[in-house]
Design a protein around this ligand. Structure first.
Ligand code: PAF
Length: 256
């Protein structure tokens, strides 16, 4: 396994040289680290479907709308590396911000329709940051396939539509949400839940699945349970929710 930590643009060029020497299909899993079983399943799928597997680990500052959230985002490099070598990937790209943003984020990708809804309505600039960094990574990695989880359903849809709108040749592969046995969707943020919050957290999935209740009723149930609810909404044949337990923001979605 080769680990590349480009600090500057020149290091990224080194990566591009390396990439141009690879023949056979490349599968790419972009992450922000703090890897868990959900990431493992994305990587295993990439492993099954491609000759080479590239994983990026980059806590992307431009997609955080709150300074505090960025500061508290879990960083677990040693255990991440252990998981990656267990699964058996080929390249880890762990760029530093100046190498990915030589323009200082003067250029960005904005989607004006769907990104204004759901999470986008509550996190100004979030999807600009996501789409911009994903575009940069897709341009660098030049993967045949890139793997995204359905837990971040809105992100997945926006990335898929961006690749079509901007003629990016990478195929975006949607992968099902991975859950704990009690239903909680796996997320790097779960690590920050206290034991009592962790006990409450699966109720988000539980109430979202109660299709006999309206979104308003689901919101009430979640508030009663102790969540601070950002939204519960239905669109595109799915029900989506975002809710806070203390300082931890959880999202989930189910088919309806
Ligand atoms: O889903 C994530 O972890 C991030 O939003 C992504 C796609 C790696 C972009 O920073």
């Amino acid at each position: 396994m080769i680990v590349k930590c480009p600090q500057a643009l020149s290091d990224l060029r080194e990566w591009l040289d390396l990439r141009s020497q690879l023949s056979g299909s490349v599968g790419f899993v972009p992450t922000m680290g703090a890897l868990h079983q959900g990431h493992r399943e994305l990587i295993e799928r990439a492993r099954q479907e491609n000759k080479w597997v590239v994983v990026s680990i980059f806590v992307n500052p431009t997609q955080f709308d709150r300074e505090e959230d960025l500061k508290n985002y879990p960083v677990t490099w040693d255990t991440d590396l252990k998981l990656l070598s267990e699964v058996g990937i080929d390249y880890v790209l762990r760029p530093k911000a100046p190498s990915l943003y030589p323009d200082g984020y003067a250029y960005k990708v904005t989607e004006n329709v769907f990104s204004a809804k759901l999470c986008g309505a509550h996190r100004p600039g979030h999807f600009d940051g996501v789409l911009t960094v994903v575009l940069k990574l897709l341009n660098l990695v030049k993967a045949d396939r890139a793997y995204f989880g359905e837990k971040d359903y809105q992100q997945l849809q926006l990335v898929q539509a961006m690749t079509q709108a901007l003629f990016i040749p990478t195929t975006i592969v949607p992968c099902p949400t991975v859950r704990e046995p009690d239903g909680l969707a796996l997320s790097s943020r779960n690590q920050r839940l206290s034991p009592s919050q962790r006990e409450l957290a699966p109720q988000l999935y539980h109430w979202l699945n109660r299709k006999d209740l309206t979104c308003h009723q689901v919101t009430e149930k979640l508030v009663d349970a102790g969540f601070q609810v950002e939204y519960v909404e239905e669109m595109m044949g799915r029900r989506f929710a975002a809710a806070w337990l203390g300082s931890v923001r959880l999202i989930d979605n189910v088919e309806i």
